[in-house]
Design a binder for this molecule. Structure first.
Ligand SMILES: C[S@@+](CC[C@H](N)C(=O)[O-])C[C@H]1O[C@@H](n2cnc3c(N)ncnc32)[C@H](O)[C@@H]1O
Length: 217
């Protein structure tokens, strides 16, 4: 724990140097796809939500883009801000995720991410801390237009979809990162399980699972 705290403090003091460019984790084609949905779905009402934002790089790019385009929507990020929940990660080790990934996103904090966002003129992004499977309903938006679910693991992906699908505005879309077949990350298992239970078709683009509600674009 102490090691993670020290990592967070070192990162925080070096923000201008370490995070001179927005630290996005999305592969280029998936970042493109997400931004494309944000533009194409601009007229769908409701907040934009990123579940699993890590250091806020994608949020910074997306918030700047929507501001430049006059898309006046709230951008909300959910994260533990300290990496994976132990049990959720262990479950995926049993499905083949390498144990070496355990601490991949630890050593962060809400304060650090807020600082990185401000550095990139994206201080308007709302940050909410917690495990997406247990965050109280009162902290979830009433309605969203585009959701990026990027928590890597099967269980939190499944629960995120269960919680956000009913909140998706008609004509809205959810994109789930890390869904290629045979991937180390098991998000696809959570996405596939949700689709089967909800009776929705599984659709994949550039390794992302897609869910659309109502009208297509
Ligand atoms: C791949 S990173 C997100 C990358 C980010 N979307 C981007 O594009 O830069 C995965 C994030 O999911 C978060 N996470 C994992 N399990 C979670 C859970 N149960 N609830 C909330 N956040 C979680 C981790 O802390 C980590 O920051």
């Amino acid at each position: 724990m102490m090691k993670h705290k020290l990592k967070e403090m070192a990162r925080s003091s070096l923000v201008p140097l370490l995070y001179r460019y927005p630290p996005t984790c999305l592969a280029p084609e998936r970042l493109y796809l997400y931004l494309h949905y944000l533009i194409e779905y601009r007229d769908v009402p409701g907040d934009i939500v990123e579940i699993g934002c890590n250091l806020g790089g994608t949020a910074a790019v997306a918030q700047n883009m929507i501001t430049r385009l006059g898309i006046n929507k709230k951008y909300i990020c959910y994260d533990t801000f300290d990496g994976f929940v132990e049990q959720q990660f262990s479950d995926d080790v049993g499905r083949g995720t390498p144990t070496g990934n355990r601490h991949m996103f630890s050593g962060s904090s809400k304060r650090l991410v807020a600082k990185i966002l401000r550095r990139h003129n994206a201080g308007d992004v709302t940050l909410i801390q917690g495990d997406i499977t247990t965050i109280p309903d009162s902290k979830l938006p009433a309605s969203c237009s585009v959701v990026l679910a990027d928590v890597d693991l099967a269980e939190p992906t499944y629960h995120a979809l269960k919680r956000f699908w009913p909140r998706l505005a008609p004509g809205g879309a959810i994109l789930v990162d890390d869904c290629p077949e045979g991937n180390d990350w098991k998000a696809r298992i959570g996405y596939s399980r949700f689709c089967q239970e909800a009776g929705l078709p599984e659709q994949y683009r550039h390794g992302m699972g897609i869910l659309t509600s109502g009208a297509t674009h």
